[in-house]
Design a protein around this ligand. Structure first.
Ligand code: NAD
Length: 372
């Protein structure tokens, strides 16, 4: 067996998940044979398919299989079939369990606009968009103390408070340092610009993020650092998207801004993501979209987000950077050549309408061409 042999846990998931994961693995097969590495794949059940076969959203032993792999590739989970299951076993519980069990604290969401698809963007003349959003994934308000109680307190206008609910945002120096350091490292490998997005005019946690980020910036003198309040950033992403390089931010702000950034590229079926933990531990790679139950089984699913997720896996977890470049170039080539699944078709001259399998075959073909 080759020294460059990697263990991958594969979660095909629900809806279009199996179709797009199989496509991505076909591209991975080709990349392996061209680059000379190998992968051993273990299929694990998560989401609706796990609920159907084991009664729980993450099958027995699934987390352990993922933990002992070099990386995890995921399609998408969920769908209307499981919308009314008991909340304690909802399909997305599998994702939370995986994030926690794998210690995935950094979520990387590239938002890249392909110039040939610019007409699908709601923004016109926005220039080249290539943004990497680094979102903190395991802290902040989604994981802070929360609660609810009844209050009989009367407010100044005479209204009784009644039911009260609260969620707490807390961040530690350790949590902030590890993600901001990672963001500086990404910026060093890109255009050397880093924007910290926060709400430091209001939130104490944001002021801690600023202090720590400013002190870390001394270690990265080549990186141009700036700060934006989250409300201003949400406007600037629309006003001047091409001026951003790497954005680092907290869990909730990152959740919202990464969806906004994805939307301005105009193609949900094209955007991959990575969730990473401590260096040397397995990352989780998945498209940003969901299981698209409305088109499952029709051959309309765009497999490119999952294929690009494989490229991210090769780059960030397996260290097969050349193969990652090769796949990303092949995707650019098929887009330039005019191949379009229905979600990215806009009826322009020269378009070649394709289904999931044909798009996959086009990427495989261009992978080979890239070598010559
Ligand atoms: P969705 O992303 O699945 O679909 C939104 C729209 O985009 C749909 O019209 C769909 O057809 C289209 N779309 C999505 N991916 C596409 C692709 N690759 N090619 C072509 N078109 C594509 O979001 P939704 O409809 O809100 O959610 C559907 C299910 O997915 C829900 O059960 C939700 O909970 C789940 N979900 C899962 C994940 C995940 O597994 N990480 C993420 C988001 C949503």
């Amino acid at each position: 067996m080759s020294e460059r042999n990697y263990k991958i846990a594969v979660i095909r998931g629900d809806g279009i998940g199996p179709e797009i994961v199989d496509s991505a693995l076909k591209v991975l097969d080709k990349a392996e044979s061209l680059s000379g590495f190998t992968t051993e794949r273990s299929y694990v059940l998560a989401g609706g398919s796990a609920i159907d076969s084991c009664g729980i959203p993450l099958a027995y032993g699934a987390l352990e299989t993922c933990q002992s792999s070099d990386a995890v590739l995921l399609g998408a989970v969920g769908g209307p079939k499981w919308d009314n299951v008991d909340p304690s076993i909802r399909p997305e519980k599998a994702l939370l369990a995986l994030r926690k069990g794998l210690g995935l604290y950094a979520n990387l969401r590239p938002a890249i606009m392909y110039k040939e698809l610019a007409s699908a963007s709601p923004l016109k003349n926005s220039g080249d968009i290539d943004i990497m959003i680094v979102r903190e994934l395991t802290g902040g308000i989604y994981f802070g103390e929360n609660g609810a109680f009844d209050s009989t307190e009367v407010m100044a206008d005479g209204t009784v408070k009644g039911r009260v609910a609260y969620d707490t945002e807390a961040y530690s120096e350790g949590e902030i340092t590890r993600i901001v350091r990672q963001a500086f490292e990404f910026a060093m490998g890109r255009r050397k610009k880093l924007t910290l997005v926060d709400k430091a005019n209001v939130l104490r946690t944001s002021r801690l993020w600023r202090e720590i980020t400013m002190s870390l910036s001394a270690e990265y003198p080549e990186v141009a650092l700036d700060f934006l309040y989250v409300d201003n950033c949400s406007m600037q992403l629309i006003g001047r998207p091409s001026s951003f390089d790497v954005i680092v931010t907290s869990n909730m702000f990152g959740d919202i801004l990464s969806d906004e950034a994805g939307m301005i590229t105009g193609s949900i079926g094209m955007l991959p993501s990575a969730s990473l933990g401590k260096p040397g531990t397995p990352g989780l790679f998945e498209p940003i979209h969901g299981s698209a139950p409305d088109i499952a089984g029709t051959g309309k699913a765009n497999p490119l987000a999952t294929i690009l997720s494989v490229a991210m896996m090769l780059r960030w977890s397996l260290g097969e950077v050349e193969a990652a470049d090769m796949i990303e170039n092949a995707v650019k080539d098929v887009i330039s050549a005019g191949y379009r699944t229905p979600d990215i078709a806009n009826g322009e001259n020269g378009e070649i309408s394709v289904n999931t399998a044909e798009m996959t075959d086009a990427v495989v073909e261009y992978l080979c061409n890239d070598l010559h």
